[in-house]
Design a protein around this ligand. Structure first.
Ligand SMILES: Cc1cc2nc3c(=O)[nH]c(=O)nc-3n(C[C@H](O)[C@H](O)[C@H](O)COP(=O)(O)OP(=O)(O)OC[C@H]3O[C@@H](n4cnc5c(N)ncnc54)[C@H](O)[C@@H]3O)c2cc1C
Length: 345
């Protein structure tokens, strides 16, 4: 009989796992339910008037051989390297060279979401977009209920990819104790919040770095990145700054009027970069990420126990590292485990 896998969330972790399962079990029936219109979750990109910018994850670091080989050998169509070093600034906004490594930073010319598009596109999986799952339960197999009260399944196994608090909300009274316990373990994973302003300008700035990171974690701004350092993203003669506020600032101002937050962050960016013109962007965008970055990983024993009941989780909070490459690496490994469990069913 064909093995059936139901996956909640189409983030990078789920995309990597789906790719592995599809290749290991070409006949398996793979269905992915994603609440938003696009794939790749917090590794997010938007398009606007001929330019592309990333307002979640800034890039994929070449920190893991399996992930690096995957993108450079199998999914290198449109792959580009981010140009320029990362410098630092401190609480006083003083910029200094350094804290950079020789790691390579990858993205795609048409946006980092291409990573998940490549991975899902190489499979026979069905991705049901704008389908938010609200309930998980076991009744003669695993079943998923969406926000329109349609039920999907039964599935032989489930793979859950939403951030830990959103996964926890699904794993409540599922009918299987070990899975409910995984929900409790997921609920215990804390997250940092990040409020992101995107600032567009019809002029270029002349600075020697790709990005600035707040090294002492004492500034209201945590990160300023320049999208024009990513080949294919920004036409010549323009500047796009991605300004990520610190977790404390972001939590405090999360529900404040966006235009107010943008004005404050543009002022900070102008002071840190040292260019008064940056206080007055030509266009702006913004995004609040309540569950931006997990502080730690979920308990591994809870993950293992739920896997015995055919419920798997994947993502950065399972990897225990709030990084895109960690989510992908975890997805590849979880995909191996799911394929091994489903083989022969
Ligand atoms: C502001 C910011 C900056 C970052 N910068 C970097 C960086 O520079 N470098 C780096 O390596 N990492 C960075 N990260 C972290 C990186 O984005 C994540 O580690 C990675 O994208 C996590 O992938 P994931 O597969 O775990 O899950 P996610 O990307 O969270 O994917 C989960 C998916 O599940 C979907 N979903 C949630 N609930 C439901 C539901 N009920 N039903 C259906 N679908 C659902 C979501 O819509 C989403 O698509 C950053 C993150 C943020 C927010």
């Amino acid at each position: 009989m064909t093995a059936r896998l139901g996956t909640v969330g189409a983030g990078a972790g789920a995309a990597a796992a789906t790719y592995v399962v599809d290749h290991a079990l070409p006949d398996a029936d793979l269905t992915v339910f994603e609440k938003s219109r696009g794939v790749c979750g917090r590794a997010a990109a938007r398009r606007r008037n001929g330019l592309v910018y990333e307002y979640g994850a800034n890039y994929l670091t070449d920190d893991d051989d399996r992930v690096n080989n995957l993108v450079t050998e199998e999914f290198d169509d449109g792959l580009v390297e981010v140009n320029g070093p990362i410098w630092t600034f401190d609480a006083a906004g003083t910029v200094a060279e350094g804290r950079d490594s020789d790691k390579r930073r990858w993205t795609y010319a048409d946006g980092i979401t291409r990573l998940a598009k490549h991975l899902f596109g190489a499979t026979g999986a069905t991705v049901e977009r704008t389908t938010r799952i609200v309930d998980v339960h076991h009744d003669g197999g695993w079943r998923l209920t969406d926000a329109n009260e349609s039920t999907h399944g039964p599935f032989d196994a489930l793979l859950l990819n939403p951030p830990a608090p959103q996964t926890a909300a699904l794993l409540d009274e599922t009918g299987i104790e070990a899975v409910d316990q995984l929900g409790n373990a997921a609920a215990a994973v804390d997250y940092r919040t990040v409020w992101t302003a995107v600032l567009g300008y019809d002029f270029e700035i002349d600075v020697p770095y790709y990005a600035l990171v707040n090294a002492d974690k004492e500034h209201a701004v945590g990160w300023i990145g320049r999208e024009e350092c990513k080949p294919g993203h920004v036409p010549d003669g323009e500047t796009v700054l991605v300004v990520q506020a610190s977790p404390d600032w972001s939590t405090e101002r999360y529900d404040d009027p966006p235009e107010q937050n943008i004005a404050v962050l543009a002022q900070h960016a102008a002071e840190i970069v040292g260019d008064e013109r940056l206080t007055d962007p030509d266009w702006t965008d913004h995004q609040g990420w309540r569950y931006a970055l997990p502080e730690a990983g979920v308990r591994a024993d809870a993950v293992r126990a739920a896997a015995q009941k055919d419920v798997y989780v994947t993502g950065d909070w399972v990897a225990g590292e709030a990084r895109l490459h960690a989510a992908v690496r975890n997805g590849l490994g979880t995909g191996d485990a799911v394929a091994a469990a489903l083989r022969g069913r």
